[in-house]
Design a protein around this ligand. Structure first.
Ligand code: ACO
Length: 323
């Protein structure tokens, strides 16, 4: 059977770093509070002239290089973003032009922080059915553009960045030893839109708007929802959660990462955490965390991975894959 395999991973973080102390100069907060409640120490912030697609370009170049491919090989682009360059066209179309990718399907997926897991499952549909041979799946965000810097409950939590996977078909035996995407669980509960949203949009206010969140309610939903999806994605793949080599969560809050791991019986040394350095980069956080884990030598080819995320919608989901 044909499996969709992740053959290259890349990431990019803008140069400018904003520390907790920097934020404490503009809003009533402190380094101690932010670290204790979230684990975040710093976040990267895009330059004024850097659009989301610019971050995506750098991440894609690194992913293509890791896969031994070039832009000319790409025949599908799926970008997960909640901070597109423009209302339209899709950031994927702009990215295609900037990378020099030939004519191919290119579109965005909007599922906020869960966007990367959703985008990966969409790409799996193309690749495993033989409709694409070299897909770029990208999470790229400039969350700092959506922040209200008078709201200390949200403005300390987010950062900018991009991560990308190259996904290609490989021959598998249909077993859990196969390389590739092995199982997904995707969820949305639209009755909870008011817990986490942006208060603007083209068809309502005509403005971009600012991020609004009932943080403690999102927190309460997160651990239970994510754990259920992780178990479902492991079951869909036919593996036990305990057999997973690395757990790569969406990087929202260290307390959520640890809470989910504890609930699932995953030891904390199997959890890749970048929340201290990157903060919450929404759809970019999973590919960025995987990129970091590969770069520092912890994650290797053949490892069994579990990715999970939860975000506005509320959406959430998980994916089991063998690298
Ligand atoms: N600095 C100092 N004090 C603060 C700050 C801050 N940055 N933010 C809030 N406080 C204060 C509040 O005003 C409140 O003070 P009060 O008791 O005098 O009223 C106190 O801290 C406690 O506030 P809570 O909101 O109850 O604090 P909590 O422990 O819940 O932590 C946090 C807040 C960090 C936001 C937490 O709820 C959280 O991480 N929630 C989940 C967020 C998340 O994961 N989002 C993911 C999805 S993001 C996406 O999809 C785009």
């Amino acid at each position: 059977m044909i499996r969709s395999a992740v053959t290259g991973v890349g990431g990019y973080l803008p140069e400018n770093i904003v520390s907790n102390a920097d934020l404490a100069r503009i809003v009533d907060t402190s380094d101690e509070w932010i670290i204790e409640r979230t684990g975040i120490r710093q976040r990267h912030q895009a330059a004024k002239d850097q659009a989301t697609s610019d971050l995506a370009v750098e991440a894609c170049r690194r992913a293509l290089e890791a896969a031994g491919r070039t832009a000319a090989d790409v025949d599908l682009i799926v970008v997960a973003t909640t901070t597109p360059d423009m209302t339209f066209p899709a950031t994927a179309a702009i990215l295609q032009r900037k990378l020099g990718v030939p004519t191919c399907p290119a579109f965005d997926v909007q599922a906020v922080c869960s966007g990367f897991v959703y985008a990966l499952s969409v790409a799996d549909g193309f690749v495993a059915r033989g409709h694409a041979r070299c897909a770029l799946v990208v999470g790229a965000e400039e969350m700092t553009r959506l922040l209200d810097y008078s709201d200390r409950g949200t403005c300390v939590l987010f950062g900018d960045g991009a991560g990308a996977f190259v996904v290609e078909p490989v021959e598998g035996q249909g077993t859990t030893d196969d390389q590739g995407l092995l199982g997904f669980a995707l969820r949305c509960d639209g009755t909870k839109t008011d817990l986490l949203y942006v208060d603007g949009g083209p068809s309502t206010t005509g403005t971009v708007g600012h991020l609004r969140m009932l943080g403690n309610q999102v927190f309460k939903n997160a651990v239970v929802n994510i754990a259920e999806a992780v178990e479902a994605a492991a079951e869909a793949a036919g593996v036990a959660v305990s057999s997973v080599d690395w757990f790569i969560p969406h990087q929202a809050n260290q307390r959520i990462l640890v809470g989910v791991a504890n609930r699932l019986g995953i030891s904390e040394d199997k959890v890749i955490s970048t929340v201290a350095q990157h903060a919450n980069t929404s759809a970019a956080s999973i590919p960025l965390a995987l990129w970091v884990g590969i770069q520092d030598g912890r994650i290797r080819k053949g490892d069994l991975l579990l990715l999970e995320a939860m975000g506005g919608g509320l959406t959430w989901g998980a994916c089991t894959l063998r690298l």
